[in-house]
Ligand binder design. Structure first.
Ligand code: 5GP
Ligand code: ZN
Length: 113
């Protein structure tokens, strides 16, 4: 999709620190980390948000969630971690390419703001 920064990362046009990649999923470090581990998990194919992905391609959604769990293992987050997907304006979504945040490496507070 044009004008999508995550599609540009998938295409290799914007650099990213990749921590896991499969044929369909990419995981890379957030450019503005909010915790010692802050990794974004995305489907290579563009979907606007979680609802769009689940509606159109639930099998791919399962692979994205599996990658989030795999990243937590790779990052050594035995103490626990958080998986978040912000959706739409009220959810605070700033990049309209579906992604999961994997956050860990410190004690996380609840609820988020
Ligand atoms: P959202 O606010 O949509 O839930 O999350 C978007 C995330 O993407 C933010 O945490 C932001 O720091 C991250 N981000 C925005 N632009 C880039 C970029 O060019 N590279 C990387 N690695 N992360 C980005
Ligand atoms: Zn995209």
């Amino acid at each position: 999709m044009s004008d999508c920064i995550f599609c540009e990362i998938v295409a290799g046009k914007i650099p990213a620190t990749v921590v896991l990649e499969t044929a369909e999923v990419l995981a890379f470090r957030d450019v503005s980390p909010q915790a010692p581990t802050h990794v974004l998990i995305i489907p290579r194919e563009h979907y606007d948000n979680l609802t769009s992905l689940v509606t159109h391609n639930p099998e791919l959604a399962a692979k994205v969630f599996t990658a989030a769990s795999d990243v937590a293992v790779l990052e050594g987050l035995e103490g626990g971690y958080r998986v978040v997907s912000n959706i739409g304006d009220d959810g605070g979504q700033s990049v309209d390419h579906m992604h999961l945040h994997v956050l860990g490496g410190r004690s996380l507070t609840w609820p988020p703001g």
